[in-house]
Design a protein around this ligand. Structure first.
Ligand SMILES: NC(=O)c1ccc[n+]([C@@H]2O[C@H](COP(=O)([O-])OP(=O)(O)OC[C@H]3O[C@@H](n4cnc5c(N)ncnc54)[C@H](O)[C@@H]3O)[C@@H](O)[C@H]2O)c1
Length: 288
């Protein structure tokens, strides 16, 4: 099943811009809605990343036609004729609830609404909606163009046919769907954070060096990147927030180690701050 012809994205920031990019390349006509003061930046960002993709991989449609299928506007009403709208506003429950309710009221009854939330409950967000059966989570990964995974999060009320359609759209984007129930941390954050927290506890206890702990996973289990280096790339502060959320929801096994709290308090946040478990002399390019 090809992607819907008319797709909307609410919030054209880091993730929304990437999601718009992915659907444009898959042949959709995409409307992005954001705040008036950031429209130019959002539009330019998507154009630059589409151009970069075209240079690297070529395209099925001419560039002008492809970028002509993009509209970046401030008025939410431009989403009214969309078959699929993906919400990607900041991770604030009230903001998301207002945004989702406002968009749903504009859409045709058979449209599909999705949230790119990385941690909020899909069932929680669905409580404010009139058609929770047509609502689900589509959790894209950052950076969207380079990432091959999308978690399809099935709410308690989501119709099975909507889940099946979403799985097929994700495949059409050239990505792989992983389907999960609405549980804290979905699949990716829960497993990724569990591994990272244990690696940090091992470092704290002097079991092995950061290099050796990571090598145990990269060489022993063929992980592309070790758990400590991955934590540096994601950001120690981001991982601490997720661990605290998971500890509250799932129990003590996600309690953040003291070492993680100390490093965040000291501003050692990983790649973005120049230092974490490893040194990152050039935060933009990354270091090995
Ligand atoms: N950054 C990541 O690594 C990542 C990965 C997966 C999922 N997510 C999730 O994606 C969502 C967006 O994250 P992001 O990193 O793109 O944030 P971001 O801050 O880069 O982008 C959010 C955008 O939403 C816009 N916005 C704010 N209020 C709005 C409103 N009422 N209407 C329309 N637009 C509005 C902002 O102007 C901004 O452009 C969050 O739920 C986040 O948890 C983020």
């Amino acid at each position: 099943m090809s992607v819907p012809a008319r797709v909307g994205v609410l919030g054209g920031g880091r993730m929304g811009g990437g999601i718009a990019h992915a659907f444009l390349l898959a042949g959709a006509q995409v409307v992005v809605v954001d705040r008036p003061e950031v429209l130019d930046r959002a539009r330019d960002g998507i154009r630059v990343s589409v151009d970069r993709s075209l240079e690297r991989h070529g395209a099925s449609r001419p560039r002008d036609e492809l970028l002509g299928a993009l509209e970046v506007v401030a008025d939410r009403r431009a989403l009214a004729d969309r078959e699929l709208v993906i919400e990607a506003v900041p991770e604030l429950p009230e903001l998301k609830a207002e945004a989702l309710g406002g968009v749903e009221a504009l859409l045709a009854p058979d449209a599909v609404l999705a949230s790119n939330t990385s941690s909020l409950s899909i069932d929680g967000l669905a409580t404010g909606l009139r058609r929770p059966q047509r609502f689900l989570g589509l959790h894209f990964f950052n950076p969207v163009p380079a990432s091959s995974l999308v978690e399809v999060v099935r709410g308690a009320a989501t119709e099975p046919s909507i889940v099946a359609a979403a799985q097929s759209w994700v495949r059409e984007l050239g990505k792989a769907p992983v389907t999960v129930a609405d549980a804290p941390g979905f699949a990716s954050s829960r497993l990724g954070v569990a591994l990272a927290l244990e690696a940090i506890r091992m470092l704290e206890a002097g079991v092995a060096s950061a290099d050796d702990i990571d090598a145990a996973m990269t060489l022993g289990y063929r992980h592309q990147t070790g758990p400590l280096r991955t934590t540096d790339i994601v950001g120690l502060d981001v991982r601490l927030d997720i661990a605290e959320h998971l500890a509250a929801e799932l129990g003590d096994r996600f309690e953040p180690p003291a070492l993680l709290r100390r490093m965040v308090a000291e501003g050692r946040l990983g790649r973005k701050s120049g230092a974490g478990f490893f040194d990152w002399p050039d935060p933009e390019k990354g270091a090995r």
